[in-house]
Design a protein around this ligand. Structure first.
Ligand code: 3PG
Ligand code: MG
Length: 396
């Protein structure tokens, strides 16, 4: 990565404002942090700054409160968890801008860590508002962006603020860009993209861009239904993105032209309800019953994907193969996660639910790289420079 990083700048005694992505998944019932990987992933940058005598001011969003204060989306619990993993107190600010926060910042000593309140409690954050970015910038003397997961958003704290302070990339940002850059620039072939999740719509530009680089595109998850419908299969009650049918056909045609082996599932697990305990059956793709829904890929598909994945030297995986949250529908995702964990290939996991699945299975260490960016990793693979990266200065 040809960007200025924290190592290139003087931080001693300075107020360093760090954008992190602590938008962690929360347990639906309890509201507790369900996965703290994004917090742990920012530790190298936070520790480095602390150890080099900086005053560390952290800012993040959580969820989508849309410009209002939402109690459940306060960052207190996150500051607390950070304090545990960092083994030092982390002060919590009542807001992210304003006189009160400025006073807290002014009282900081070298090595102190302060967490600002959820940026998205202000609608100006997502609007990329200049005065708001300036108000944030006033808190620091240097800006460090370590929020790869949010780098695809042109928000005030992500890209706009870099116009007001000397800026640098944090270690996580650097690592993400290096790893994802590697699979885009010179992947060792054969190269497979294993894709799942609900929707095609958020993967179209990525698919178009990688068709020149990959040997395989393997499609599972809910998005397979749209591809199959475009190929005139009946998919029962499965969700189909009807406005994406032409796009799906075009992608199938593009793969044919580029000689990419686009593999769709040949069988599925289907169920009449999306519930634990629902009755399931395995059916071939041509025989999906009208009243049932696709909930996972089937055993033949797992075998077919596995056979080809074993030949690959580079694999990018984004999106579960089925409704992973429900144990009965997690088989395809689990089998392929186990397979990837055992391969001698460069295995890169896109963030979001795929990273969670791999983490829950205890396989994260067995992958070459697990990205903390869901949407961001997809946009990175679309080939466009992310706003949060573009805003950082290049190395001299
Ligand atoms: C993410 O989790 O995708 C990032 O934190 C960005 O959040 P957003 O999708 O709500 O912008
Ligand atoms: Mg997102």
């Amino acid at each position: 990565m040809n960007k200025v990083t924290v190592k290139d700048i003087e931080v001693k005694g300075k107020r360093v404002l760090v954008r992190v992505d602590f938008n962690v998944p929360l347990d639906e019932k309890t509201g507790d942090i369900a996965d703290d990987n994004r917090i742990r992933a920012a530790l190298p940058t936070i520790k480095y700054l602390k150890d080099h005598g900086a005053k560390v001011i952290l800012m993040s969003h959580l969820g989508r409160p849309k410009g209002k204060v939402v109690k459940n989306l306060r960052l207190n619990a996150i500051a607390e968890r950070l304090s545990q993993v960092l083994r030092q107190p982390v002060a919590m600010a009542p807001d992210c801008v304003g006189a009160g926060v400025e006073r807290m910042v002014a009282a900081m000593k070298a090595g102190d860590v302060l967490m600002l309140e959820n940026l998205r409690f202000h609608k100006e954050e997502e609007a990329g508002d200049l005065p708001f970015a300036q108000a944030l910038a006033r808190l620091g003397e240097v800006f460090v962006n370590d929020a790869f997961g949010a780098a695809h958003r042109a928000h005030a704290s992500v890209s706009v603020i870099a116009g007001f302070l000397p800026a640098a990339a944090g270690f996580l940002m650097e690592k993400e860009v290096a790893n994802l850059g590697k699979i885009m620039e010179n992947p060792v072939r054969p190269f497979a993209a294993l894709l799942g999740g609900a929707k095609i719509s958020d993967k179209v530009s990525m698919l178009e861009n990688i068709m020149d680089k990959v040997d395989y595109v393997m499609v599972g998850g809910g998005m397979a239904a749209t591809f199959l419908k475009a190929e005139s299969y009946e998919v029962g009650q499965s969700l189909v993105e009807t406005d994406m049918l032409d796009t799906a056909s075009r992608l199938i045609e593009l793969a044919r032209k580029k000689k990419v082996n686009l593999m769709l599932p040949m069988d599925f697990v289907v169920a009449d309800e999306v519930n634990s305990g629902a009755r399931t059956e395995n059916v071939p793709t041509a025989e999906i019953p009208g009243e049932k829904r696709i909930v996972d890929i089937g055993p033949q598909t797992i075998d077919a994907f596995s056979l080809e994945l074993r030949k690959c030297k580079t694999i990018f995986w984004n999106g579960p193969m089925g409704i992973f949250e429900i144990p009965e529908f997690a088989g395809g995702t689990k089998e392929l996660a186990k397979l990837l964990a055992g391969l001698e290939a460069m295995t890169v996991i896109g963030g979001g639910s795929t990273a969670e699945a791999v983490g829950e299975m205890g396989l994260a260490d067995k992958m070459t790289f697990v990205s903390t960016g869901g949407g961001a990793s997809l946009e990175f693979l679309s080939g466009d420079e992310l706003p949060g990266v573009a805003a950082l200065p290049d190395k001299e």
